[in-house]
Each structure stands twice: as structure tokens, then as C-alpha cells.
Design a protein around this ligand. Structure first.
Ligand SMILES: [Zn+2]
Ligand SMILES: [Zn+2]
Length: 171
């Protein structure tokens, strides 16, 4: 699902920076006069901040990661993806995605050519495994794990056994 609404505050930031990046590269290289890069938000991307399609002049950004990033990180992500598109425009699509051509364009636009974004990707509610007679562990939130450590017994709704924190308890 592609939506623009939740991150509308950043939409202008993205629009402006895409234009700025195109103009920056255009000063040194010939680009198609009608070059237009289409972009969308993605709600599905939770670990990748951005994605660029080869041959499509299209990029996508993670709404979730944008909300959690700083302006400098968002800037790096936007320029990163736009430089993919522009490196293919300038050098053709046989180049390596994070090769010298892309790195050069990143630096030309004043950004560090980092392969991955620096957003600390922490799951909002990390889960930990608990075991019963079922083949797969059940993943519980930290609060429940702490209660188990203090003696609360949780029962598996499938096998009806009490969940344990130790994997080999039942083996
Ligand atoms: Zn990349
Ligand atoms: Zn079970």
C-alpha cells in the first residue's frame, strides 16, 4: 500500500531535495530536459529507508523510517536514491549500484556515500522466545517475560502447557 498522508510534513522536503539534486548534477552532466522522478511513500518498508527502480525514474521512501530519522539522515536517504536514478541516467544501467559513479554523484551533491542509512532500526516492541510443546517458540514482549521471571505462569493456548523461558525444558 502506498500512502502519502502520514508523512505529508516531509513531502515538501522530498520534492525540494529531489529537484535540488537533479539541478546539482545537471550543472556537470547532461540530463534529459524532461527528467521527472516519481516518488511515493511506502508503509511496508521497515528496514530499508529508500528504494530506486532501474529504468523507471521512480523511487520509494519508508514512511516509518522517515518519521524516526533526523533531517540529515532523511537528506542522505533522498539524495542516495536520486543519485541511483541519476547515475543510471548519466552512465547507463550497467554500472554497479553503489559503485564509483554513484559515489561521485553523492559527493557532488554534498552527501557522504553511505551504502546504508544510519537510522537506528529497533523494533518498537522487541519480542523474546518462550517455549512449550509446540514446534515453534511463542514470541512475547519484555513485560510478559519479566512477569514470567517473577513467577507468573502463562499457558499456551494451543498445547495448554505452561510457557517456559528455557528452550530445552521439555526435550
Ligand atoms: Zn543504494
Ligand atoms: Zn504450545
Amino acid at each position: 500500500m502506498e500512502v502519502r498522508e502520514p508523512t505529508y510534513l516531509f513531502s515538501k522536503e522530498v520534492d525540494d531535495l529531489i529537484q535540488e539534486t537533479i539541478e546539482c548534477v545537471r550543472q556537470k552532466h547532461t540530463l534529459d530536459k524532461n527528467l521527472h522522478i516519481v516518488w511515493t511513500w511506502s508503509n511496508k518498508m521497515t528496514r530499508t529507508a529508500g528504494y530506486a527502480w532501474k529504468n523507471k525514474r521512480k523511487v520509494r521512501f519508508s514512511a516509518d523510517l522517515f518519521k524516526r530519522d533526523k533531517v540529515s539522515g532523511r537528506r542522505n536517504t533522498i539524495v542516495h536514491e536520486i543519485c541511483h536514478i541519476l547515475s543510471w541516467e548519466v552512465y547507463g544501467n550497467k554500472i554497479k549500484p553503489h559503485g564509483n559513479e554513484w559515489k561521485y554523484l553523492m559527493r557532488l551533491c554534498g552527501e557522504e556515500p553511505l551504502r546504508t542509512h544510519n537510522i537506528k532500526v529497533k523494533p518498537k516492541h522487541p519480542r523474546y522466545p518462550t517455549y512449550c510443546m509446540c514446534p515453534k517458540p511463542h514470541m512475547l514482549v519484555k513485560q510478559m517475560i519479566n512477569r514470567m521471571k517473577r513467577g507468573t505462569a502463562y499457558t499456551c493456548t494451543t498445547c495448554k502447557e505452561v510457557l517456559t523461558l528455557h528452550k530445552d525444558f521439555y526435550i
